[in-house]
Design a protein. Structure first.
Length: 301
């Protein structure tokens, strides 16, 4: 069968291709790349309608709704970069920036800053911040399995500005010589909650890794495992985000720092958007999806 590939605006015909109905959308993208070498398969999105949703790469041509001489709309997603690369850069930045400000106060607060005493909360906060991002880097390298190979390269700069900028903002205030730490009880209780949330976040990531076989894009309903920290799957679709937000709430109380709270609120907003989207997708794709689950906050959202 023949398929006509047109630009997303529909004003330009890019190619007319002969395709095997048994081939996949990814195979079709590879055909387009052979004709247009600069148009890598990962930067292509193919749609049945100009304003429609992109076809999944594993979808068979015969199952996509295409017929002989059908038009297929091509959107150029722009230059791409590997997901893993984006995660490594955006997580390495906060680790480096925070540690730099923490270990070299004289560069930011003046020559006498190094002689000023630091409270225990400042040291605990530095350990927690660095441990969090070291964990993220290790998970990126050894735990996460990405459903998409790449993302637009502009995301690398946007995400890095967000993470690196907030790291500098938070670190500058927490490590300042005039910083006033909360009482030790508040710090240690917050540290205990932070530790629980970090462990819970890792448990969820490990459960999600084992849910998808290596090299596969198979999707299943996530459910609790033998690990008790995964029981949150019974209440929310994205417990990794729940634990992540909980960890930053604990860090905010641990440091009693307004910039840390601002970072937590910004992160919560974005994670809530992602969680609601994933929650809707789960309910759409799985008719037997548990009805009692919320997206990110048990019983609420």
């Amino acid at each position: 069968m023949e398929v006509v590939i047109v630009s997303i605006s529909g004003s330009k015909t890019i190619a007319t291709l002969t395709v095997d109905p048994k081939s996949t959308v990814r195979d079709l993208k590879n055909q387009i790349q052979r004709l247009k070498p600069w148009m890598h398969a990962d930067r292509q999105e193919l749609r049945l309608q100009a304003r429609g949703k992109g076809l999944g790469e594993s979808t068979l041509i015969e199952d996509s709704g295409l017929k002989d001489q059908s038009q297929l709309y091509l959107k150029d997603l722009g230059p791409q970069v590997a997901y893993k690369t984006v995660f490594l850069v955006e997580y390495a930045g906060p680790l480096f920036v925070y540690a730099w400000i923490y270990t070299r106060p004289w560069l930011f607060y003046g020559e006498g800053a190094a002689a000023q005493p630091m409270s225990g909360a400042v040291h605990i906060a530095a350990v927690c911040w660095c441990a969090h991002y070291i964990k993220r880097l290790l998970e990126t390298l050894f735990v996460h399995r990405f459903s998409h190979a790449t993302m637009p390269i502009r995301n690398l700069f946007r995400n890095s500005i967000y993470y690196w900028g907030f790291a500098a903002y938070v670190a500058y205030h927490v490590n300042h010589p005039l910083y006033t730490a909360p009482c030790l009880t508040q710090t240690y209780v917050s540290l205990a909650v932070w530790t629980l949330c970090e462990l819970g976040n890792f448990s969820i990531h490990w459960a999600l890794r084992n849910l998808r076989p290596a090299g596969s894009k198979e999707r299943k309903i996530p459910r609790p495992t033998m690990d008790p920290l995964t029981l949150l799957f019974d209440r929310v679709s994205c417990p990794n985000y729940t634990y992540e937000v909980g960890g930053w709430i604990a860090f905010t109380f641990m440091t009693q720092c307004i910039p840390a709270g601002m970072f937590m609120m910004a992160g919560f907003y974005q994670m809530a958007v992602w969680a609601l989207g994933k929650h809707r997708a789960y309910k759409k794709d799985f008719p037997d999806y548990p009805r009692g689950r919320k997206a990110i906050i048990p019983f609420v959202l």
